[in-house]
Design a protein. Structure first.
Length: 314
């Protein structure tokens, strides 16, 4: 039996002072929850929208980017070389590679693995690409970087929030690349139902309208790119299936990205549970007392689940 959530099993796996494994399994979830701005905006959606400070352009901690050309633009990758497996850390919506700056050295020290982070197009040191945000384009950028870096398999993919969409598309198209995945409060296809998509669009419309007043800001640019064609893109994403051959652990925040909306929070949890039930090699972990920002609030838990997912040494 797959491992499931507190809502469907009397003995859920959660994390506080103890942990227990049951048996199963992230943004563009809330249109805005794709960015740090979005999460705050959802909680404050009855308040007047106010501009946010510019998103800083930050390189990964002390590293020079390896710039990879793909389809006419450059994408910045950062590599901490190791031996054995490779861990790729993919940031949430509106975040660049520096989201992982505290986790990378700890992960490398604990496992000896090669650790790769990157800035998605329009963030950090990567070039801006005009037009709507598409998971397929992000997958193309990621694959180009992995090819350039000589990474051809044995990858553990760690994806936060919006990056869950990239993970799902990559896993579907190239399952042979992945030995496993850790989806950190990530966007899974099951969440984007015909009932939920209009709720997300309506709830975030005030923030989208506010972003249009300053479209040059990086965080607004990302939000507007995500908002464009959001409904049709996510209707299509809802139909994408994660391959049974790739094991996955899904970390779900206890508060979810929708603290102010119990109905959407319930749907978020149920989507994760549904994803997990679909195959026996998926595990669900509820991170107690956390918001959507699990990597910042519980880096120890993220590290623990990555280490558990790494393939055993030969």
């Amino acid at each position: 039996m797959p491992r499931i959530t507190p809502h469907t099993h009397p003995h859920p796996r959660t994390h506080s002072t103890n942990r227990s494994r049951l048996t199963p399994a992230l943004l563009s979830f809330a249109l805005l929850a794709l960015t740090a701005v979005t999460v705050r905006a959802w909680s404050d959606r009855d308040s007047p929208a106010t501009p946010s400070p510019p998103h800083p352009v930050r390189a990964a901690e002390g590293q020079r980017p390896h710039l990879v050309d793909n389809d006419g633009h450059r994408v910045a990758f950062y590599v901490t070389r190791g031996k054995g497996p490779t861990v790729v850390l993919d940031s949430g919506g509106g975040e660049d590679s520096s989201q992982w700056k505290d986790i990378v050295p700890r992960l490398h020290a604990a496992t000896g693995a090669t650790v790769i982070t990157y800035d998605r197009a329009g963030l950090g040191k990567s070039d801006v690409v005009p037009g709507p945000w598409k998971a397929e384009n992000a997958v193309s950028d990621l694959r180009a970087g992995l090819r350039e870096l000589g990474v051809t398999g044995n990858i553990t993919l760690v994806s936060h929030s919006q990056a869950g969409e990239i993970a799902t598309c990559l896993a579907r198209e190239n399952p042979e690349l992945l030995s496993g995945a850790v989806l950190v409060d990530a966007n899974v296809p099951q969440f984007f139902t015909d009932e939920e998509i209009p709720r997300l669009v309506a709830a975030t419309q005030p923030q989208v309208d506010a972003a249009r007043k300053a479209p040059e800001r990086p965080e607004n640019r990302q939000l507007l790119a995500t908002a464009k064609d959001f409904a049709p893109a996510h209707k299509a994403y809802h139909k994408v299936a994660w391959p049974d051959s790739v094991p996955a652990t899904v970390l779900v925040s206890e508060k979810t990205p929708f603290e102010a909306s119990p109905e959407d929070a319930r749907r978020w949890r149920e989507a994760a549970a549904s994803f997990v039930r679909a195959a026996p090699n998926r595990t669900l972990v509820t991170a107690k007392s956390t918001s959507h920002e699990i990597p910042a609030e519980r880096p120890d838990l993220v590290l623990q689940e990555i280490e558990s997912m790494l393939p055993a040494p030969h």
